[in-house]
Design a protein around this ligand. Structure first.
Ligand code: GRF
Length: 214
């Protein structure tokens, strides 16, 4: 008998190509998970259309209508928790989260970041990598902690940086890798292969001394 599918809520703000990769991977691989809802803080996020096409519940929650970050996060938590998810997937969700929010989902919230963390936390990673004339770049999936882009990393994928790259060509190369590693990390979580214990990731019961690299 198969275990119950892991209920997932995905948070987005934009295009949702990582969301699409996850929808496709759950369909085809398969991953023992079900996306119950996709929530966006941007009304016209393309990712909401992607979710609707896949028959997933969607919600737009407008952060500008809340007095402050804490109030917005409370409302967001209530909405998320109405789905009783086992995993929260941040997929291009462009909001800084309160400690209360992060603590509430400790060990069951993942994020993907377009850099080889701990390098290049924050925004505009592709431009900054080019400015620094780096030859390698990539993406990381990590558990979310109270430090922005600072949670324990599960898996990373690298790409070469070419001298004629623009932020756009580099972003596209990185995104291709993101679409591979994010579903992979979600599958490991759904199969109970990864856990967060304190500030350490455990894979198959053993502490990960370094992120898995692809
Ligand atoms: C990705 O580059 C991801 O790493 C970052 O935001 C972007 C989201 O892209 N967190 P998409 O909305 O999944 O296409």
């Amino acid at each position: 008998m198969t275990d119950k599918a892991l209920p997932i809520v995905v948070l987005i703000s934009g295009s949702g190509s990582n969301l699409q990769a996850l929808i496709d991977a759950i369909d085809t691989q398969p991953i023992n998970a079900e996306i119950c809802a996709v929530i966006s803080n941007r009304e016209h996020a393309l990712g909401l259309d992607r979710a609707q096409k896949a028959g997933i519940d969607t919600h737009f929650i407008d952060h500008t209508r809340y007095a402050d970050r804490a109030e917005f996060d409370q409302a967001l938590m209530q909405l998320i928790d109405s789905y009783q998810p086992g995993l929260i997937v941040l997929a291009g969700f462009m909001r800084i989260l309160t400690d209360e929010f992060v603590n509430h989902y400790n060990g069951r919230m993942l994020n993907i970041h377009p850099s080889l963390l701990p390098d290049y936390k924050g925004l505009n990673t592709h431009q900054r990598v080019l400015d620094d004339e780096q030859t390698t770049h990539g993406a990381s999936v990590h558990f979310v902690s109270n430090e922005l882009d600072g949670g324990p990393v599960i898996i990373q994928a690298s790409v070469p940086v070419y001298t004629d790259d623009t932020p756009e060509t580099l972003a596209a190369r990185v995104l291709e890798k993101e679409h591979q590693i994010y579903p992979m990390a979600v599958k490991w979580f759904a199969d109970n292969r990864i856990q967060l214990q304190g500030q350490k990731v455990f894979l198959d019961g053993a502490p990960l001394e370094q992120p898995v690299s692809m």
